[in-house]
Each structure stands twice: as C-alpha cells, then as structure tokens.
Design a protein around this ligand. Sequence first.
Ligand code: IVH
Length: 685
Amino acid sequence: MLDLFSQIENPERDEIILLRRQLEEANYQYYVLNAPTMLDYDFDQKLRRLQDLEARHPDMFDPKSPTQHVGSDLHEEKAEKGQQKTKKGFEQVAHRYPMLSLSNTYSREEVEEWMSKLPQGAEVVCELKYDGLSISLWYEHGQLTKALTRGDGVKGDNVLQNIQTIARIPKLIVQDNMPEYVEMRGEVLLPWQAFERLNKEREQDEEPLFANPRNAASGTLKLQDSSEVARRGLDIYLYYMLGDNLPEQTHYDRLQIAKQWGFPISDAVKVCKTVEEVMAYIHYWDIERKNLPVATDGIVLKVNNLALQEELGYTAKSPRWAIAYKFPAEKQLTRLNAITYQVGRTGVVTPVANLEAIQLSGTTVQRATLHNEDFIRQLDIREGDMVWVEKGGEIIPKIIGKEDNSTLPNPTSYYAFPSHCPECGTQLVRIDGEAAWRCPNEATCPPQIKGKIEHYVSRKAMNIEGLGSETIDLLYSQGLLHNIADIYALSQSDIAQQERLGEKSAQNILASIEQSKQIPWARVLFALGIRMVGETTAKKIARRFPSIDQLQWASIEQLTAIEDVGEQIANNIIAYFNDMHNLEIIYRLRQANVQMESTEEEATPQSNVLQGKSIVISGVFAHHSRDEYKAMIEAHGGKNVGSVSKKTSFILAGDNMGPEKRKKAQDLGVEILNEDDFLALIQAL
Ligand code: IVH
C-alpha cells in the first residue's frame, strides 16, 4: 500500500514521466521532422534533470528512456508516426559499432570539470563541431562499400549512392598500411553557398525553403535521385576512425594518417594540454567560424590517448572520453507586441510575431514566424511576452522560446488561433495530421488568388514575363484578374492604362502571354498549382496521363502507382478536379489554346532504335537524371527494367554502379553502356 501511495504521490516520479514524454517528442521533431521545437539548451537541461531524477529512483529505470538512447532519423518511424507514406527504399544495416551522441556543455566551468576528471597531464584534442548529419563510411579492402546514417544509433539507412556524389570522399584507397576494415565517422554538410543557391532556386520554384543547412543536408541525403544530390553539392568532414588493427596510439595521429590516406580531415584539429589552451581554442573559433564555408555549432573535446579512451569507456548514450562545448546561439530577447496572420498561396495561415525591433546577425528584425498554433500553445506565448528570437542560418527569424514569468499581469486571455480567415472571413479548417490551419476558400481568398497567379506566370511554370506581383495586385484590385484564366482575357488597354506600364510593356506582356500557349502539358500541370504537385511530380504525372481529360478521371490507385505520388498528393489532385471553379478555369484555359495534352511528338516514340530492348539503369549520371534516361528509353521504344537477367539487352551504367550488378552482368555476358555511348546510340548528344 505504502509503495503504491508513494508512487502516486511522489512528484519526482511524475516529473520523470513528464520529462521522458517531452524529450521523446523533442527528439522526434528534431530527427524525424527536421523541425526542432525545443532549444538545444533546454533539451540538455531537461535531460540532465531527468538523469538526476532517474538516479534517485532506480526502480524507474527504463531502457527506452531518452537518457538511454539517441534520437532516430529512420524513415520507417516516420511512417509509423502517421506521416505521409514514404517511398524511400533505403537498405537498413546494423552498425558494427553503435553510433552514439556527445554530451553537451555550455560553460567554461563544465569544460573545466570534465578535464579535471581526466588523469593528470592527459592531452585533449580540440575539434570543430560541424552542424550536419553524422555518417559512417565502411571501407573494406580499401573500397567504400557502405555509408550509413546514424538511424537510431543501432541501425541506419545505407545512403551509399548519394554519398558517392561527394567528390572529396575517396571511393577506393590503395595504401599498404590501410587495414582490411576501416570505418570512418564524420559529418555530412551542405556548405552555406550551396544552401543559399538551393533555397534561391526553391524560392523561384515556390517550393518550401529549408530552414538551415543541416535540414537541407538531411533532406538531400535522403533523396532518391542521386543526380539531384550531386547537383546540390554536399560536403563532408571526417573525425573518427574505427576498426581492427588500426595504426597509431593517439586520436590525433590517426586523423593525420587518415588525411594521408586521402580522407577529408579538418585542419582545425589541435592538441591541447590545459584548460587555458582549450579556452583559447574556443574563443578563437567562436569568432573565426563565421568565415568558414560550413555551419558549426560548437567544439568537440576528445581524449587524445586511445588507451585512455578505452579505459574511460561509454555511457549508454555517449563516450566518456569526449564532450561537446556548444557555442551560444545568436538570439535576443525582445517584446512581442502583437500576433498577426499571413495567408499563403495554398491558404496556410501562419502566425507572425510583430516585435520590438532588435539587431540580430547584422540586420534589424521586426517580424518573426511563430510557426503554428501548437507551437504558440506549447510555449504559452501571449502578446506582450518577452520572447527569444533567433536568426542563425534561418531565412526567416523565428521565435524559439519565451522568458519565464514575462507574461504581463492580468493577460487578457489565453491564446486562441483565429477561427476565420483574416483575409476573407471564411471559416478555417485544420487537416488531420497537419499542424497548419488553412483557409479553404481557394476561389476567392485574395492572397490565395494572387499567389496562384504569381505561381502560374513564374519562370518554371508558364514563364510569362512582365506580370510581377505589383502588376498582379493592380490588375486584381481593378477586377481585371481574378484567376489564371483571366490572364488570357487581358487586353492591350487593360495593361497599358496601368501606372508605370505603357503601350510597349503591354505589347511585351501580351506577346509573352501568347507564347505561354506553347508551354508543354507537364509544365501547365505544374502551373495549375495543385497542392504538393511540384515540377518533377508534374512531369511524372504528365508522362502517365498525357492529357488533362485522362488525368481528370484518374483513380487514387492509378495516381499512387506513379513514382513520388503518395496518397496525400493523389487526394489533392482528385479534390482539385472535384471543384467546379477549377473545372471552369480549365475550360477557359482550353478555350485560350493552352496545352492540355502532350503533343504527338512528346507522346509518340521519337524513334524505334530501342524497340524490344529491356534496359537496366544503374549508378549516378552526369548529363541527365535517372528519370530523364527512363523517359528517353521509353521515347525510343525501349523498356526500362529493374534487375539484370538473361533477358536484359544492356545496362546503362553511370558512376558507381553497384558491384553486385556489375558482377551479375559480367556473368551473364550483358553489355554495359556508359551514358555517352547511350546518348550516341539514340543520337541525342
Ligand atoms: S565525435 C562517439 N567529432 O555531433 C561520438 N562528433 O552531438 C563521436 N559532430 O553525433 C562523435 N562534429 O554527428 C564528433 N568533430 C566532431 C563532430 C561531431 C560534429 C556531431 C556528430 C555527433 C554529434 C553529437
């Protein structure tokens, strides 16, 4: 009885349960959704508190507690937690050595405390803590055979094909002193420049932007199309070696050997003997890191002597021979004056914080995103609170937390998300499984209409020049442009009478509108702006459904059979065609002679040089994506098949074709063509 009583009444036990739940949730947001909601610092504070409490209540030990395992990025878990079905078929492989995390520190005192526990005179290696995703590269007999993500620490996704696109990674090492098996651990990164270029492209294509290079690198590494991965330009730094019979007695010397073997090892590695030296390293890099081409978020300290490392060993989550010191994030406290709402092209209503102006990373910040309703509620943010704003690598500054006890006395009410669209007054809806509230009034909600028109005319869609957002605004407010079909009803005088536009611009705009009638069906489909149908998906759909009439009647099964089309996209397409307003627009676009089907040239084979041939595609390509090669094979009468057999006519092989496929092809005597041979064959070079 007493025991039961103590279990119910003991607030520490309740706290353990609460903390475990909060940390689990934060791990999920960080690793799986790539959308962290808790500050790293808060996470670590809560984790420490949980560790203390668990130590005081050993009977509550749970191997599943966040103190006992690292977060997971495995994609199967995404599906389990009700996310959109993923078709990412990466092979899952058990790690030979678990992939652990590092325990974090934030102050000189903590660094000092850790060093004071080491034997007298022990050397410490200082390294930069790169802010990307950890990767484990397997080298068997000098050859790179696997590249595993951390996954849940025990098993990871094999992303070898994508990793092979990183130029600095050696694919084959021929060195006498290289042991039979070597595993290199490191961090995959998207350099700032590549990140900015990628986001610029995404902005132009009206695709959602990546919040920071870490998220962009994570999204990139899990792409199916290796040629797209190659194009984005990932980079890597390696920082630890594992295996049997490895050379050298210290971590530093091993890194130097690894460098000699050709591995990309940072030059910023330094052996330090005293706390002062470590602190000098930290201070130096806290400033100098801003000039580095990649993101860093701290310093890692590692015991140099490998025998001592072994002696110190590991906890369930991290080595005792290493710790991380995290740089303080660039953040500032300011007053939240008001929460307003912004309605996007797809009707998503985003809460925006209007702030007392502050200086952050060299710019004035007055507005920041508050993400969504759940975020505001979780942090119990109210107008008038003092909030923390962070800019860092993010495009849009964001609110990351609030100062405790900063809520003004007698706040008017708890926060409530508006029930109706701030732009058009329609009742908002919240789709199951999504955090966002959405205005369903696609047809007449002004920002949605204007956003759809801007998307339609954009370069990658119908490429209509001269219709910028200001002109669209003007034409909209005069009642001349209310949907994309109205574009084709604009007259010379409609345009010429606008401020800052004259007869000449009007002529140019009309000529560009006329030209848009030649844009192929796949791009028209993208231009329609069906939710989640991006450029590539539109191409794939148009290939399967070469006319809008066919697409209009497509079933959910037919749609989900298309690569990249999950249930959610299929439902969006079906909903689009169930809307009378959209059908009317399509009718009018068709009347205007916009391409609603593939031309004969696109739909019929370009030649029959590959007639009757079964072709396997393997590896990474330089000139075209795999999908483009697939389309070429079909356009020339051939068939693309998945696996090598006696019936395979030839293999179209890029770089890094799988060794098993190569062997099988050789055994069966199947010819292997490189991409230039292939292009010459179909005479497309
Ligand atoms: S050593 C046994 N060294 O930080 C742990 N990690 O927060 C070995 N990281 O999972 C990690 N730079 O992804 C190490 N120079 C560095 C690092 C580094 C970045 C990452 C790594 C690790 C995470 C821990």
